[in-house]
Design a protein around this ligand. Structure first.
Ligand code: GLV
Ligand code: MG
Length: 325
């Protein structure tokens, strides 16, 4: 390991993150009863300009009055380039900061964006005498944000997670998309003709580079990487495939833009019984090996060593976290 220690963000379950428009208070109670690990009440893109002020009021009331149980509560503020953002922060943190766990910053572009919000939140928390510190989640969804993702990830002690905002990212990079978070048949490899002249088309994942880059920046700074929206909520198989790809790369969670996506995110982002059992067997086998002075042994015909311990511990720790939730 490097001599540089990576401080980890507070451990929170973040398998599913439900988006709820602040302008739709009729959805709040159902969201509170849901199985989502995290809820973000939205002031940004799901809310029309004329509804922003009322949405802010709805969110403040809801944070103070609804029983959200043990859920992690977040509010997505408007971007720093708008004139809504300062009032989002001031009103929501002043009037409902006690129940707010996280602020989600959309379209973050530079470390200075994070610094600016940190400064505002710090002043409000100090003025109000809040003991609990509000954390930050950042949506990486512009070319600028992706270019500066490492600096953004390191920009504040409040940082907890990075989210891949595929819809705005596509707009910013001028990518050719079909549906939000979906795949494009033009992003494919056409194989050379085989002996019988047949050729195959292999669809690729056009989001791979962006997501993988964000995962690295998040993990190098002790943050949770979380995959963003999948727009077609009538395509559960498409959603699960996208969630699995994100999980394989190291993401801890995925957004749910519809309640039906919550259970799928929770399932895909939880280690399976089989994986946890195997991880426990690896830990037992390595403990046994260590007692015999060995560093590497074979289990079920495969090599395991100290790196296997670290991988197994991640799974066992996650299972413990889920069991304790
Ligand atoms: C989320 O905000 C996105 O743009 O995908
Ligand atoms: Mg967006």
């Amino acid at each position: 390991m490097s001599f540089h220690t990576i401080e980890q963000a507070p451990a929170r379950l973040n398998r599913s993150e439900l988006a709820v428009p602040g302008s739709a208070p009729q959805m709040f109670e159902k969201a509170a009863q849901s199985e989502a690990d995290v809820i973000f009440l939205d002031l940004e893109d799901a809310v029309a300009p004329d509804d922003k002020a009322q949405a802010r009021k709805n969110i403040i009331k809801a944070l103070n009055e609804i029983d959200w149980g043990k859920k992690t509560m977040s509010v997505r503020i408007n971007g720093l380039d708008t004139h809504y953002m300062y009032r989002d922060v001031v009103d929501v943190v002043e009037q409902a900061g006690a129940r707010l766990d996280l602020i989600m910053i959309p379209k973050v572009g530079t470390a200075a964006d994070v610094y600016a919000v940190d400064m505002m939140v710090t002043q409000i928390e100090d003025a109000k005498g809040y003991k609990k510190r509000i954390g930050f989640e950042h949506i990486i969804e512009t070319a600028l944000g992706m270019q500066n993702v490492s600096e953004i990830a390191a920009a504040s002690k409040r940082n907890e997670s990075l989210h891949f905002g595929v819809a705005d990212y596509a707009a910013s990079t001028r990518a050719r998309t079909t549906i939000i978070g979906g795949v494009n048949p033009d992003y494919a490899v056409l194989t050379d003709p085989l002996d019988d002249a047949t050729r195959a088309v292999h669809w690729g994942d056009m989001w791979h580079y962006a997501l993988a880059r964000m995962v690295v920046a998040a993990r190098a700074n002790g943050l949770r990487p979380v995959d963003g929206p999948f727009g077609d909520f009538s395509d559960p198989e498409g959603y699960k495939a996208a969630a699995k790809r994100a999980a394989v790369l190291g993401c801890e969670g995925k957004w749910a833009i519809h309640p039906s996506q919550i259970a799928m995110a929770n399932e895909v982002m939880s280690p399976s019984e089989k994986e946890v059992t195997r991880a426990r067997r690896i830990l037992d086998a390595m403990a046994e090996a260590a007692s015999q002075g060995k560093g590497a042994v074979s289990l079920d015909g495969r090599l395991i060593d100290y790196a296997s311990i670290r991988q197994a511990e991640v799974l066992v720790e996650k299972a413990r976290q889920i069991a304790g939730a």
